[in-house]
Design a binder for this molecule. Sequence first.
Ligand code: SF4
Length: 463
Amino acid sequence: MTGHAHKAGQFLKNGERASWHDETLWIVRQKRDKMARAVPEWESLREQASQIKQHTLSELDNYLIQFEQQAVKNGVQVHWAANAGGFNEIVSGIIKENNARKVVKSKSMLTEECGLNPFLEKQGVEVTDTDLGERIIQFRDEPPSHIVMPAIHLKKEEISELFHEKLHTEKGNSDPAYLTAAARLHLRQKFLEAEVAITGVNFAVAETGAVVVCTNEGNADMGVHAAPVQIHCVGIEKIIPRMEDLGVFTRLLARSATGQPVTAYTSHYLAPKPGGQMHIVIVDNGRSQHLGKEDYRNALKCIRCGACMNTCPVYRKSGGHSYGSVIPGPIGSILAPHTNSKKYKDLPFASSLCGSCSNVCPVKIDIHDQLYRWRQDLSEKKIVSPGKRATMKVAGKVLSGSRMYDLSGKMARWGIKNLPRMFIYNRLNVWGKGRELPEIPKESFKQWYKKTHQGKGGKNGQE
Ligand code: SF4
């Protein structure tokens, strides 16, 4: 048992954490709403962002080449990686060429996706994640549970214990300012010792060959400025055509992610510093294949703001680790099955399909429609479990005819009232796990409606 429902069950065992996680993310969602409402042209910005991405994806090959040409002109060394293995080899090759052993890295979901840290560590390279949340989970040896707030599943008391063990902070002191100061001191030393700095990339501008990195802690800048060698890792979908397009995305990104008007640092890297080296590694790792699937192409518009996670009732209740994929939540549930549909077959079902994710997405990805499409695809390919397929078949029959529906309702009302509890609450009734079924009414809605609306006009009794 390794699927989403099982792992969500584990997360929910700690009721206090589950409620707190839910409430915290909802606060972030509300902050996002407030920010969005304060920008009168918010909806047109979303539309513009979506169209820029649509256009870029349709011309991706040209823009990638333009980007490479510009970057090379700026003195940057550009590398291309077809997959995760190739990417890790390229980065490790640059580190080896420079006889480096100490690397600092700012947050990058791409390096998580490719498993860069364990790959480099096996070769004796010390990699320090410098984003505070990332450093916390690196100490705990676990993956991020959220793409913007990687340690959102942890309470400050747990971080206090961790820092006491790893950084020898005062036992029991969980004051966030004190803990942050301790982390800052610890990381400062790492920045000073680093020989190579690695960053992720939020946007790569084809027109100029520059990469743009957005952080709230300035850790990407600190690493890049201090280390002689800088490596920027960028997925092919991160390209935007022109500098003037950038403003559309930066206005949307931080507001959607954390409810801030803009990230504290929006850093542009164009050329190597004097005497330094600047490398950009452009990574495909399955994205071109994804691009070829028309029904799912829109998912590549994602700017990784995390808003779909903050709003999703399933994500908020089940925690990011329950997804078992690098990127959790609604967007992760679309992306992961493209990499391995069997392994991630349950993720498109980890959704209420309420559509809230699509409503908040700053680049207007049709997230819930794609989740629904995935369910159909997986079912057609017989990848979903036989039990689920059989249940859906029966449900399809029951729901498509009023006679069957009435009869089933009658049987269910009688059964729930009269059958022993073990017949109702067993492993087939997943709804009954951890919650009681609602009280069963004596009659169906249809019966009640007929009774109460008889003679009040209209063929069906409508008033
Ligand atoms: S799918 Fe949309 S809302 Fe979700 S992370 Fe990507 S851009 Fe943000």
